[in-house]
Design a protein around this ligand. Sequence first.
Ligand code: FES
Length: 126
Amino acid sequence: MLASADATTVYVCVTCQHAGTTDSEPRPGAVLAAAATKAAEGSGVIVKPIRCLANCTRGLSAAVRCNGSWTYVFGGLDAACGPALVEGARLLASASDGIMPWRGRPQPLKRGLIARVPPINFEELE
Ligand code: FES
């Protein structure tokens, strides 16, 4: 599938390391990115590497975004979380309210939630 500006995208930090480790190669974040890329094959989800999401002390880190939806930042991931990230992205893409549903969300994306950011033009209803 061709990359599209509208595609649901998983950004995986490829420079992340596990806490207490330094200069390990390959970087655990890069291993996670490769696993996510493999898991995304044929799914329509795009995986993009990124160098640092400013969540270094709580790596491994990734973000999931989809146009018109909330954007989610996750930390505390490990190299096996590639499929979880893709599943979360698919859940987000199919959510009519733009919110990644809790039910069915993979466990690493429940315990590893760092923040969510509203879509542009979002207005809180009072
Ligand atoms: S190095 Fe991964 S979030 Fe900073």
